[in-house]
Write a protein that binds this ligand. Structure first.
Ligand code: ZN
Length: 168
């Protein structure tokens, strides 16, 4: 953990004591782990969500994911979407394996989740997995906080993604 991040977390702990569930708002959450003694992993007793504490505010997350995070400029296909339509077609024809080889996890997923099932890809980024799941016959939709990535998936891959959490 770098010094600036550690300092930020320590400040958050003193100024943002809210330990409620960031998804359902339930106040009954418990610590189930910790990292470096300052960042805690907590679990909600109602919905089961596990989350990092101290939490970042919704507005801080919006600023981060729609700002610096989505404006990384490089040619690494894992960090940036393809720049040309031809490159995108190459990636699609190989099921995005160059981005991440998820064949084994998908085999396991398919063994447990029947074809045609409704699937939410929460944190879908550009939508590569949502696209792959739809190709495999799942009724998959994606959500991501980053509106730029969602726009890419909707426009370039033609898949149903949204950046509106209320819509999922
Ligand atoms: Zn909850």
């Amino acid at each position: 953990m770098n010094y600036a991040y550690g300092l930020k977390v320590m400040l958050q702990r003193t100024t943002l004591p809210d330990k409620s569930c960031p998804f359902c708002g339930n106040g009954n959450t418990a610590t189930i782990g910790s990292k470096f003694g300052v960042v805690l992993l907590r679990r909600c007793s109602v919905c089961g969500l596990m989350f990092r504490w101290p939490k970042d505010s919704v507005s801080a997350n919006q600023m981060y994911y729609n700002g610096r995070f989505s404006q990384v400029h490089c040619d690494d296909i894992r960090l940036m979407p393809p720049k040309t339509g031809q490159r995108l077609e190459e990636l699609k024809s190989a099921d995005f394996l160059q981005v991440k080889d998820i064949r084994r996890p998908l085999e396991i997923f398919q063994a447990y989740v029947g074809e045609g099932s409704k699937v939410l890809d929460f944190g879908c980024s550009w939508g590569y997995l949502t696209w792959r799941l739809r190709k495999l016959g799942y009724n998959a939709v994606g959500y991501d906080i980053d509106a730029n990535r969602v726009a890419f998936g909707v426009e370039k891959l033609g898949i149903p993604l949204t950046a509106d959490r209320q819509a999922v």
